[in-house]
Design a protein. Sequence first.
Length: 143
Amino acid sequence: MDTICKRVLQSLHLTEDFYKYISESHLNLKLNNLPSNTIGEQAYCIIGARESYLNALKKGEWSGFSCSLFKNEYYDHSIVINKLEETRKNIHNFLEGTCIDNVNLNLLIDLLEHEVQHHGQLIRYAYASKLGFPNSWNTRYTV
């Protein structure tokens, strides 16, 4: 598998590791005294982007944002984890079954940038709330 595909999948796994590491109550956390959504709302954006970019990769062009995670599910840890796993597997299956020459690399890089941008945000939440990090994040980001 191409290097970019491996890096995309690595970033998807890291996100999953973070959400598995935190508890359900952490999904309600915001950054104090700053404009902020919750860690659960971050999951909505991540899952929706994964679904939307996969749709775009299949079509060859961006076709809008949608998310299968409903508002009342943002704070249900098991649903969030299941959606993160499902979207990672769906992207993995697509990349594994598609010749990289047939993939719009700009969309794939956009997906990677989006996922990693959320890692930066999740790092801020973890530091602000003293949550700590899963081992995979300590290895990848030296946090």
